[in-house]
Ligand binder design. Structure first.
Ligand SMILES: C[S@@+](CC[C@H](N)C(=O)[O-])C[C@H]1O[C@@H](n2cnc3c(N)ncnc32)[C@H](O)[C@@H]1O
Length: 205
């Protein structure tokens, strides 16, 4: 997967995303908010924010910025903001793997259903970590490679299709753990049967 094909795909999805994928991913977005609360007064960055479908779930007092590489997805997000979302400061076209923010800029950094889509998830996660302040939270909602050997084998066998479907089916959570040297604070199911997981990290203070 590369940025050109990602942009091309999401250009096509943008106007239908909320009615299709948006619904499928609703459970993960709800549970993310519970884990992140309380967010009032906090600076939050959401990477791969897409159409901003998560915006109404954030509390009013949050200071939220969203970034994404797809201009068309962001157009829908901007229309949402124009409809009145006081907590959302704005959205920007930006690569999650090269964030244009200073170190330690946010109290929480969130990435939902994006880690399996970006070209280099390690780089994205390193950037999320960098811009999160010490003591802040980094939250991923994603599918991670199964620990059950049979499912793991199936997921591996699907790897060659990932470019065609735009989704990496066997991403290892351990990569992120090694990258930061920090175990997650919590790993919880974010969908029925736990295919999607919510993983919360805390950057050491
Ligand atoms: C499956 S959608 C998830 C959207 C939203 N987070 C949600 O919960 O519905 C993946 C999003 O990641 C964005 N994306 C993919 N690669 C990216 C990158 N390198 N930097 C920023 N956004 C990216 C896509 O444009 C798309 O909007």
């Amino acid at each position: 997967m590369d940025l050109v094909s990602i942009r091309k795909s999401y250009r096509r999805y943008a106007r239908h995303y909320d009615a299709t994928f948006g619904r499928v991913f609703a459970t993960g977005r709800h549970s993310a908010q519970k884990t992140l609360a309380p967010l009032e007064g906090k600076r939050v960055l959401e990477v791969g924010v897409g159409t901003g479908i998560s915006f109404p779930e954030y509390p009013d007092g949050v200071d939220l910025v969203g970034i994404d590489v797809s201009r068309e997805m962001l157009q829908v997000a901007q229309e949402r903001i124009n409809g009145g979302l006081p907590g959302v400061r704005g959205v920007a076209e930006m690569d999650a793997e090269a964030l244009g923010f200073r170190d330690d800029s946010f109290d929480a950094v969130v990435g939902m259903y994006v880690a399996s889509v970006v070209p280099n998830p390690d780089r994205m996660f390193a950037e999320m970590w960098r811009v999160c302040r010490p003591g802040g939270q980094i939250l991923l909602v994603n599918h991670f490679a199964s620990r059950q050997w049979l499912l793991r084998g199936v997921e591996r066998s699907l790897r060659p299709l990932s470019r065609a479907v735009g989704f990496r089916p066997d991403m290892e959570l351990d990569h992120f753990v090694h990258l930061t040297g920090c175990e997650p604070e919590a790993v919880e199911p974010a969908s029925l049967f736990g295919y999607w997981k919510q993983v919360a990290f805390r950057k050491p203070a």
